[in-house]
Design a protein around this ligand. Structure first.
Ligand code: ADP
Length: 208
C-alpha cells in the first residue's frame, strides 16, 4: 500500500448505521468440511433473523468464487487470499451495520485468525460445524468427494488437503447428529446470551 493513502473518517460511522437498524453488527464465521452443513445452517439462521427484523448478509463460499474470487483456485496461497478477501468484505458489511454470516471451509487456523484479528472481539463469532468426514462423504450433495476420491479434484479438503480443527471456536455444532433446526436454535441461544439479539427471541420449531 502506498504511504500516500490515508484513512478518511466519515461522519456516519458503524455505530450510526447499526443504531439505525437497531442491532449489534457481527460476523458469524462458519467453518467446517465441505458438506458439513455450513451453507444450509447459515441460510436457515439468516432466514430466522430476517423474519425477526434483523438486517443480514450471507457470504457463501461457492457464490463468491463466481465473482469476487473467480481468479482464485484451491492452492494454499489461493485459499489464503480467498479468505483474506472475504474477511475484508465481511468487515465492510459489518461496518455497514449488518449481521454477516459467512460459509467458507476456511481450513487453515492462521487464515481464520487473520479474519478474527480484523474485527473487534465482540464482533466475531467462529462457528465450527463439526461433522465427521465420513458423514460428509456420505452426504456428498455435489458429488465432490466422489470426484476427489477418483483423483478428478486435487487438493480437496479432508482428502488431500488438511482441515485444521478450531481450538477455541465460540460455538461448536454437532453437524452430523443434530438437525438443522437444533443447530439454528443453539446459535440463536448463543447470540441471545451474548446480547446480540434483542430480548424476546423464541426458539424455532424443531421441525422447521
Ligand atoms: P457446506 O456449506 O458445509 O459445504 P452444505 O450446507 O452445502 O454444506 O451441504 C450440507 C448437506 O447436508 C445439504 O445437502 C444438507 O441438506 C444436508 N444435511 C443433512 N442433514 C444436515 C444437518 N443436520 N445439518 C446440516 N446439513 C444437513
Amino acid at each position: 500500500m502506498s504511504s500516500n493513502v490515508v484513512w478518511h473518517s466519515h461522519p456516519v460511522d458503524q455505530q450510526t448505521r447499526a443504531a439505525q437498524k437497531s442491532q449489534e453488527p457481527l460476523v458469524i464465521w462458519f467453518t467446517g468440511l465441505s458438506a458439513s452443513g455450513k451453507s444450509t445452517i447459515a441460510g436457515a439462521l439468516e432466514q430466522i433473523l430476517t423474519r425477526q427484523g434483523y438486517h443480514t448478509y450471507l457470504l457463501d463460499g461457492d457464490n463468491v468464487r463466481h465473482g469476487l474470487c473467480k481468479d482464485l483456485g484451491f492452492s494454499d496461497d489461493d485459499r489464503k487470499e480467498n479468505i483474506r478477501r472475504v474477511g475484508e468484505v465481511a468487515k465492510l458489511a459489518a461496518d455497514a451495520g449488518l449481521i454477516v454470516l459467512t460459509a467458507f471451509i476456511s481450513p487453515f487456523r492462521s487464515d481464520r485468525r487473520i479474519v478474527r484479528d480484523m474485527l473487534p472481539q465482540s464482533q466475531f463469532v467462529e462457528v465450527f460445524v463439526d461433522t465427521s468426514l465420513k458423514v460428509c462423504q456420505q452426504r456428498d450433495p455435489k458429488g465432490l468427494y466422489e470426484k476427489a476420491g477418483r483423483g478428478e479434484i486435487k487438493q480437496f479438503t479432508g482428502i488431500d488437503s488438511p482441515y485444521e480443527t478450531p481450538e477455541a471456536a465460540e460455538v461448536r455444532l454437532e453437524g452430523g447428529t443434530q438437525s438443522v433446526a437444533e443447530s439454528v436454535n443453539q446459535l440463536l441461544e448463543y447470540l441471545h446470551n451474548s446480547n446480540v439479539l434483542k430480548a424476546g427471541y423464541e426458539p424455532i420449531s424443531i421441525n422447521a
